[in-house]
Design a protein around this ligand. Sequence first.
Ligand SMILES: *Cc1c(COP(=O)(O)O)cnc(C)c1O
Length: 398
Amino acid sequence: MISALMPNYARADLAFERGEGAWLWTVDGRRFLDFGSGIATASLGHGNQHLADAIAEQAHKVMHVSNLYRIPGAERLAQRLVDASFADSVFFCNSGAEANEAMIKMIRKTMAEAGKPERFRIICFEGAFHGRTLATLAATGNAKYLAGFGPVVEGFDHVPFNNMNAVRNAIGPGTAGIMVEPIQGEGGVRAADMQFLRDLRAVCDEFGLILGMDEVQSGMGRTGKLFAHEWAGIVPDVMSVAKGIAGGFPLGAVLAKEFVAKNMVPGTHGSTFGGNPLACAAGNAALDVILAPGFLQEVDRKGRKLRAALDKIARDYPTVFADARGMGLLLGMKCVLPQGEVQAACVAEGLLAITAGDNVLRLAPPLVVTDADLDAAVAMLDRAARRCLPGAGKAAAK
Ligand SMILES: *Cc1c(COP(=O)(O)O)cnc(C)c1O
């Protein structure tokens, strides 16, 4: 008989009861070091006092009123995001896919309002992940995810990542914009070349295209800057954010320049839950932590420290790992062995790591991870790699 929960996830047989910082405890009392943060989402770690208090306080006051009314917490959160970014205006929703869906609509609407409705196509990249709704699936373009779900939403052209010639060749009279992840998270923690991001900005300026960034995974401090595109010294025209934006509470956002945002007049788009008082209280609390002086520098420092340790492990175990990659605390190790085998060895050592495309083991600890946590994770990963060595055998794995 089918389980009450639909079988669309391949769940590990682990159930967590509580957490503290980067650590999680199962219902049967085992302790794990969480270097996935869910999927790069629980950025403030588990049991964060400031976040939990903000949510509890707001829940007692008022949770939901609808966007029929002004929402002071949403106004404040939007203003803080505008002040900290390239954007002039913010739309709130509940997830990454919804943020991308809205970003796609905004790109199309901006062209239509400029008198060019025939320009609705968006250039996307091989290895991308933009979500599971019908339009964001089409933007993702992964044949495996699209199979069985009927006609693919029209208007997305895919080209190889980090290939400027391919981008230029794909631009046509129907092109409205480009949609890119500064770091492809699901695709295997593959970073865009900084020069590639600068060239995308230049080609958008040259052809009057809209540059859309999907920073659902790379944003909100994950790479040691508030947004990953800042490393390239450029700004997009519109950007989607979700995952870590509220420390694990469901919240998504689209940040846009005025020329994009001004087209979203009443009636063009909406969301029942989007930007409600509870979600925005969580978002504001998360921002308190992320924007505190020195916090992002610490993410950068810890990311470099972990990356150096991963580089060493990749050198020490060349039959297990091919390389280490990624920026800040969004890191990956390309596996030589099947990634699932390496992941299982990590779990056996008490380390939760997640997988990504391209046979990569992904490490995305909470941004509040401590140096002691990093040292513990590196030791666990080293032992896990040793378990995977040929001849380590089942006995050694016990
Ligand atoms: C996770 C993710 C999404 C989808 O977010 P959901 O909240 O699962 O809908 C979109 N884009 C990127 C880059 C992601 O990592």
